[in-house]
Write a protein that binds this ligand. Sequence first.
Ligand code: GRG
Length: 297
Amino acid sequence: MIADFQDWARSRQARIENSLQALLPPANVAPERLHDAMRYCVLGGGKRVRPLLAFAAGELSNASEERVTISAAAVELIHAYSLVHDDLPCMDNDILRRGKPTCHVEYDEATALLVGDSLQSLAFQLMAEHCVADSPQTQLKMINQLAHASGSRGMAGGQAIDLSSVGKMLTLPELEFMHIHKTGALIRASIMLGAYCGEYLDEERLENLDHFAKCVGLAFQVVDDVLDSEATTATLGKTAGKDADNNKPTYVSILGVSRARELAEELRGEAYHSLEGFGALAKRLRQVTDFIIQREF
Ligand code: GRG
């Protein structure tokens, strides 16, 4: 990774960490155990890929860092909630997340459910409380996109398809449909929200950005599948090899590792192509794309 990108990414990661620290309810405020668990699940871990994408997309529209920070925090809270619920015994039943015991292991199942519920509500509270766009119409559009991306026609719907596909052999289009929803929708929302924080982009630019976002969301998942099959639990900070153990269809089980890696490269090419009209303004988006494709955890 080039030093210039590392510095940029570290400063945004620190910014989002500090903001999440301040925006989450303090652990000494009642109900203390719930607030403590919310902080445990959000702070001090994670690559913060979605916030990085939001900051990078904000550069296309000259968005203020304050606005992007709130939008990125909202997306990251939804993401953290999804991980907490995904780890529950009724879903993936996992004990390790971000190198630490999962929420229901460290606290209990009821607390983990409430943590997810509360993080989701807090995300929308932030988007309603702070001014994140030039006009109320754009701000409502952003809240709508985040709600859509999180719900049954986005992430939660993708998770439902995932749960029902255990033990089945999906076709490539079916697998893609699942991931566009489960992982892709929130990644797409983080990019579009970042851009909406600034000057309004014309429809053609928004469409190109949206296409970029779809490619990156899928590429993220393809790489995630490759890492799940090749990396170790210690490197990932979550249980490796879970997809195969759970008999889940993945890009690796359908395509094999080397074709899956090629697919990630093809998606990178298509993502780059969608950014051509933005020129140098899209430098950070290209770099975050590279980070997503080349990451080792
Ligand atoms: C429970 C409604 C509900 C949804 C869960 C996103 C999701 C849907 C489940 C997560 C399971 C999973 C491992 C999906 C693969 C891709 C993914 C989202 C990985 C985790 O995201 P990273 O790598 O995590 O960005 P960090 O810890 O870096 O934030």
